[in-house]
Design a protein around this ligand. Structure first.
Ligand code: NAP
Length: 299
């Protein structure tokens, strides 16, 4: 139980509602910032403006999956107001206050470092990232269907990266009958790709592997779908870039050449917010309970 624990949930999309539901069930006391337009009320949760939050009393802060943008603004789907997380706010928090987000960026890292606070990136955890890859893959299939006029079955698919998302994408598109190649740089990844019955492509040989592909799905958060790579693709190739912003594709060059390239962030929040929210809610509930328990034992 989280009885008496004061948590600020700042911004986010429908995934956050599952977190609110779970934490109110545990009797946490929640300040919801950026949820004015939400009709539903949760017992134990109060909608507040960020300026009214008493950060000196907050035990934990939960941010949306992406954290903030590079100016500190937090996405607020349920509000028209702009919400910013600032260094001054974190300075006021008690020393035990932990910040939770999915991923981070230079802005968030900067204010965390300068205020000596602790940030937990939930997507650094393999369990969260692997479970989250399930709705990500379903969203990718949705995009492939929406943006092509052929079946996935029989299509030539190139997946870039064999991490937690890449592995799930490659396996699922293969199961749907796609002819899947996977590009990776590590030799053990290339061996695994072969073992999975797929075609391995060394990342430095990408240019020679794209001449026949129908769909290119990138999961590598670095510029890998470069202009020389796009130049060798058939014009009908659809690029779906799943990597976190700004993605790993030269979008400008793709547009110039007439190859459709889509950056597709936050697919779990779009196609399955309840499932994706539950994944985060389960882990957060466990982490917060451990933290609350250890604080009670110390005091
Ligand atoms: P991950 O497990 O870390 O996998 C990343 C993959 O990229 C690995 O195969 C890694 O290879 C490779 N890679 C990283 N940097 C590289 C570089 N400089 N050169 C070559 N290869 C490199 O990450 P993940 O959990 O699969 O997530 C992948 C991306 O998808 C992330 O950006 C994540 O934020 C994003 N994501 C998006 C959605 C969405 O809805 N669009 C959902 C979930 C995740 P090594 O192992 O050899 O480094």
């Amino acid at each position: 139980m989280l009885t008496g624990m004061k948590i600020a949930i700042i911004g986010g999309d429908a995934r956050q509602l599952e977190i609110v539901r779970k934490l109110t069930e545990q009797h946490a006391q929640l300040s919801l910032v950026g949820f004015e337009q939400l009709d539903h009320a949760f017992a134990g949760a109060t909608k507040e403006k960020i300026d009214n939050v008493d950060f000196s009393m907050i035990d934990a802060i939960i941010l949306p999956v992406k954290g903030t943008d590079l100016n500190g603004q937090v996405d607020t789907i349920f509000s028209n107001e702009k919400v910013f997380l600032t260094e001054e706010m974190l300075e006021k928090t008690p020393s035990h206050c932990t910040i939770y987000s999915g991923i981070t960026n230079d802005y968030l890292n900067g204010i965390i470092k300068r205020t000596n606070t602790v940030l937990v990136q939930l997507f650094n955890r393999d369990d969260v990232a692997i479970l989250n890859s399930i709705p990500t893959v379903e969203g990718t299939i949705m995009m492939a269907i929406q943006h092509t006029d052929t079946t996935i079955h029989g299509s030539n698919i190139l997946v870039l990266g064999l991490g937690r998302v890449g592995m799930s994408v490659a396996r699922t598109f293969h199961a749907l009958g796609g002819k899947v190649k996977v590009a990776a740089s590590e030799s053990e990844h290339l061996a695994r790709i072969l073992e999975m019955g797929l075609t391995p492509v060394p990342l430095n040989e990408l240019e020679s592997a794209v001449c026949d592909i129908d769909i290119c799905i990138n999961t590598i958060p670095h510029l890998v779908v470069t202009s020389p790579v796009i130049e060798k693709m058939p014009l009908h190739t659809l690029i779906i870039d799943l990597a976190s912003k700004p993605g790993g594709t030269d979008f400008q060059y793709a547009e110039k050449r007439g190859v459709k390239a889509l950056l597709a962030p936050s697919l779990p929040g779009i196609v399955a917010p309840k499932t994706a929210g539950n994944i985060l809610a389960e882990v957060l509930s466990q982490l917060l309970q451990e933290e609350w328990q250890s604080r009670k034992e110390q005091s």
